[in-house]
Design a protein around this ligand. Structure first.
Ligand code: KIV
Length: 276
C-alpha cells in the first residue's frame, strides 16, 4: 500500500481522478485490468496499468460460480485489501456487489467499507437511471464513483444471458441519456460493457468524464479486461472482446506489458474484438 511519503519520492506519481481526466483530455488511452490478490497486483502495477479493478468477476474466476451474483461485500473487501498491498502507482477501484447499493444509505455504508477496510479509491456500481439517486448520494459524500452501463452482469438472470446491449438505436439513445445523467449526478468514470463500436464512440464523445470500455470498441478513453482471461487462465468459451496476451509471451509479466502496450498504441481492440 502506498504512503504519502512514498508518493512524494516517486518518479511517476500514483494515478488519481485528475490524472484520468487529463488522460482523456490529452487522448492518452487508459489501460485498466482486474486483479484479485497481492502477487498479481504487483505484476499488473509494474506493467504500467493505470487502473486496477477488484471486480465482482472474482465470483466467476476465483470462486468458480457461473455468475457474479453470489459475491458479497466481505468478499470484495478481502480481495481489495490484498490488491491494495501490491499497488504502487495504479488507481484502485472496487466493485459494489449485487444488492449492496439498493438504497442510498446502504450504498454509502458499503462504499465506506470498501474504501476504509479495502483501501479502494473509487467504487463501481452497475446501473442506469435507477442509480442516479445512489450516485448523487455517494458523490455528495465525496465517494468517487464509476457507473457501469451496457451489459450489467449482475442482471444476467433478468436479461436472460450475457448479451450485447444497445444495438437497437432507441436503446443506444437511452444508454447515452443515462450516461449523461450519471455524469451529472457525480460519476467520475463511466464503464461500458458489450456495446457496438458506435455506441462506445458516441457516449465517449458526449461525456467529459473518462469512458472505459470492455467490448465497447476502439473509440473509448480506455480499455479494461479480466486478468485471468488475458493470461489464458480462463478455460472454455470466452467473450469476443477477449484477447489471449499470454500467447507468444514467456511470462505473465511480459503478457501484461503487451496488453498495456497494445491499449496505449490502440492496436487492441482489433476489429475481431468488436461488436457492430
Ligand atoms: O467484475 C468485473 O471484473 C467487471 C469488469 C468485467 C469490467 O466489472
Amino acid at each position: 500500500m502506498y504512503t504519502q511519503l512514498e508518493q512524494r519520492g516517486m518518479p511517476e506519481p500514483p494515478v488519481n481522478v485528475s490524472t484520468l481526466r487529463k488522460m482523456k483530455h490529452d487522448g492518452e488511452p487508459i489501460a485498466c485490468l482486474t486483479a484479485y490478490d497481492a502477487s498479481y497486483a504487483v505484476l499488473v502495477d509494474v506493467a504500467g496499468t493505470d487502473v486496477v479493478l477488484v471486480g465482482d468477476s472474482l465470483g466467476m474466476v476465483i470462486q468458480g460460480h457461473d455468475t457474479t451474483v453470489p459475491v458479497t461485500v466481505d468478499d470484495i473487501v478481502y480481495h481489495c485489501r490484498t490488491v491494495a498491498r501490491g499497488l504502487r502507482r495504479a488507481f484502485l477501484v472496487a466493485d459494489m456487489p449485487f444488492m449492496s447499493y439498493t438504497k442510498p444509505g446502504l450504498a454509502l455504508d458499503n462504499a465506506v467499507r470498501l474504501m476504509q477496510e479495502g483501501g479502494a479509491m473509487m467504487v463501481k456500481l452497475e446501473g442506469g437511471d435507477d442509480q442516479v439517486e445512489i450516485v448523487e448520494h455517494l458523490a455528495r459524500h465525496d465517494i468517487p464513483v464509476c457507473a457501469h452501463l451496457g451489459l450489467k452482469p449482475q442482471s444476467v438472470h433478468k436479461i436472460g444471458g450475457f448479451k450485447v446491449q444497445g444495438r437497437d438505436p432507441d436503446k443506444a439513445q437511452q444508454m447515452l441519456a443515462s450516461a449523461k445523467r450519471l455524469q451529472d449526478a457525480g460519476a467520475d468514470i463511466v464503464l461500458l460493457e458489450c456495446v457496438p463500436n458506435e455506441a462506445g464512440r458516441v457516449i465517449t464523445e458526449a461525456l467529459e468524464v473518462p469512458v472505459i470500455g470492455i467490448g465497447a470498441g476502439p473509440d473509448v478513453d480506455g480499455q479494461i479486461l479480466v486478468l485471468y482471461d488475458i493470461l489464458d487462465i480462463t478455460q472454455g468459451r470466452t467473450p469476443k472482446f477477449v484477447k489471449n496476451f499470454q500467447a507468444g509471451c514467456t511470462s505473465p509479466r511480459s503478457a501484461l506489458e503487451a496488453y498495456v502496450r497494445e491499449v496505449k498504441d490502440r492496436t487492441y481492440p482489433a476489429p475481431e474484438h468488436c461488436f457492430s
